[in-house]
Design a protein around this ligand. Structure first.
Ligand SMILES: Cc1cc2nc3c(=O)[nH]c(=O)nc-3n(C[C@H](O)[C@H](O)[C@H](O)COP(=O)(O)OP(=O)(O)OC[C@H]3O[C@@H](n4cnc5c(N)ncnc54)[C@H](O)[C@@H]3O)c2cc1C
Length: 480
């Protein structure tokens, strides 16, 4: 049987892989998209069981307006259906427990602004100065902030402890990084988006509907999607990509776009021996984001009214010091907790009167992290304290850890890596002009997804990467 021949093979049907494959096929390149999973969506894939539809873990798309999701959909000529704005006001959102208090207060510094009355006028003026300055940064000033961490940037302002905690929590949940590692440019760009393009979005039917929609266009245009197909090796001969070996056979193409993560691609799928030492060492030294772990609760009653809850105190957010303690095995007494209710966005996602709730907390990215059970039980304890109804109405609880995240998404090829939540860490030295190029130093090899191009939050970031990388791939195809 003749070996199939394609213009391009995209490895991985995560957000970056789906969007780039659909664009390349639309622009006339014969495209094969491969994924080891049995459905598309990568880290944001959807499941359906017993009448409940849910993501494997909390996933919200940010921002809401003028998005790269819409840009791709418009180019493909498909409609994406976003859920209505977050139903608010029933006790959800950012919930801050001030020192020595037992009561949680709503706290939000991006639209719709809800600055607690406790802040003095001077403190509010300082918040406005911070946000105003971030909005007014010139491109050169923004570039310079690629080399400054957000904690150091914040030290230029006299913000109160509660504002600092809020911003640290934002860094932790948006980038899954300690506040004193994340690049200030990444935070400034994302906060600017928040104020001009609003907060977070959910797609009707579940987050992966977005990628299913891109896939409809991909197939309509003649693209080929093969699921349950694991790429074992990207074939390189004489410094030129030739195709891929998979557990289902060999597929040939002069271009491979990898969505499998830059470290697994270079160090495993291609192999370090095909790169010069300095490049392979640079890739090996890259730092992944931290991880998230948590549980899915299938409930026989609606016990959380709102769509999302971020529960924290001054002790909950992570900087390097707290990360190092967690790495040494210390379980935080006051965890940073995310509670997500998909049904709050789309009521059809659970049987009437029932609910599925997804929780998450920060953890290390190591798929072999120690005492996972201890962390999960502590999280369960703390969420139950927040809402005692949870345990009473749980029919079934399923846990997920960094080992599951790695299994669903990227292989572990360097110690401590594989279970990262986002992908490549958005930290000083790895963002903006310091981010790895999406063009590998091998003819015909490109990277797409959060590791390669773009900025911002998870799935939007990966979709932006596709918008940036697809034209580079097309140009390579046309010139070779
Ligand atoms: C717990 C958790 C919560 C999150 N919450 C949010 C959130 O609220 N908002 C947000 O925007 N983002 C969130 N994210 C992050 C977001 O999902 C990721 O940043 C985003 O999905 C990365 O997209 P990507 O295109 O880079 O690749 P990925 O999503 O990592 O997809 C990579 C794909 O490649 C496939 N693949 C890998 N290796 C192979 C191989 N050898 N052969 C075949 N296929 C392969 C994988 O199966 C996978 O489908 C969360 C992630 C986690 C884990």
């Amino acid at each position: 049987m003749a070996v199939p021949k394609y213009d391009v093979i995209v490895v991985g049907a995560g957000p970056g892989g789906c969007a780039s494959a659909a664009l390349l096929q639309k622009w006339g390149m014969k495209t094969l998209l491969l994924d080891k999973n049995d459905r598309v969506g990568g880290k944001s894939l959807n499941m359906s069981k017993d009448g409940y539809t849910y993501e494997l873990w909390p996933v919200l798309a940010t921002p809401m307006l003028n998005t790269k999701f819409q840009e791709v959909a418009t180019e493909l000529g498909v409609d994406i259906k976003m859920s209505d704005q977050v139903p608010a006001g029933k006790g959800g959102g950012f919930l801050y427990k001030p020192p020595k208090s037992k009561k949680y207060e709503s706290f939000i510094l991006v639209p719709p602004f809800m600055i607690p009355e406790r802040l003095t006028k001077e403190e509010i003026d300082e918040v406005n100065r911070l946000f105003g300055d971030m909005a007014a940064l010139t491109p050169a000033e923004m570039n310079a902030l690629d080399d400054v961490n957000f904690h150091d940037y914040l030290c230029r302002y006299n913000v109160s402890q509660s504002v600092y905690s809020y911003l640290a929590v934002m860094v932790n949940i948006l980038f899954v990084e300690p506040i004193d590692l994340v690049a200030a440019s990444e935070m400034a760009k994302t906060m600017n988006d928040f104020t001009t393009k609003l907060g977070s979005a959910y797609f009707v039917g579940g987050q992966a509907q977005l990628f299913e929609t891109f896939m409809k266009a991909f197939k309509r245009d003649g693209g080929e999607l093969r699921l349950r197909t694991r790429v074992e090796r990207i074939i390189v001969e004489n410094g030129q990509v030739q195709g891929v070996y998979t557990d289902k056979g060999t597929f040939k193409a002069p271009i491979v776009v990898s969505n499998a993560g830059i470290q697994p691609t270079v160090l495993k799928l291609v192999g370090a021996e095909h790169f010069d030492k300095s490049y392979a060492n640079h890739i090996r030294d890259l730092v992944p984001s931290l991880g998230l772990m948590g549980s899915r609760y299938f409930l026989d009653k609606v016990v959380f009214e709102d769509s999302a809850y971020i529960i924290y105190s001054d002790n909950s957010w992570w900087n390097m010091e707290r990360y190092m303690k967690a790495k040494a095995g210390e379980i935080p007494k006051d965890m940073l907790i995310i509670v997500f209710n998909p049904q709050g966005f789309d009521p059809k996602l659970a049987p009437k009167g029932k609910q599925v709730i997804l929780t998450a907390t920060l953890c290390v990215s190591d798929p072999k992290m120690k005492n996972m059970k201890g962390w999960l039980d502590a999280l369960d304890e703390q969420v139950t304290k927040f809402n005692p109804e949870l345990r009473k109405h749980t029919i079934r609880r399923e846990d997920y850890t960094t080992a599951d995240v790695s299994r669903v998404t990227r292989d572990s090829v360097v110690p401590g890596q594989g279970g990262e939540c986002i992908g490549l860490g958005q930290i000083v030295g790895q963002c903006g002009h310091r981010k790895p190029s999406p063009t590998a130093p091998i003819q015909g090899l490109f990277y797409v997804g959060v590791d390669a191009a773009g900025y911002g939050v998870g799935i939007h970031h990966a979709t932006e990467s596709a918008v940036n990388v697809a034209p580079i791939v097309l140009r390579h195809h046309q010139t070779h």
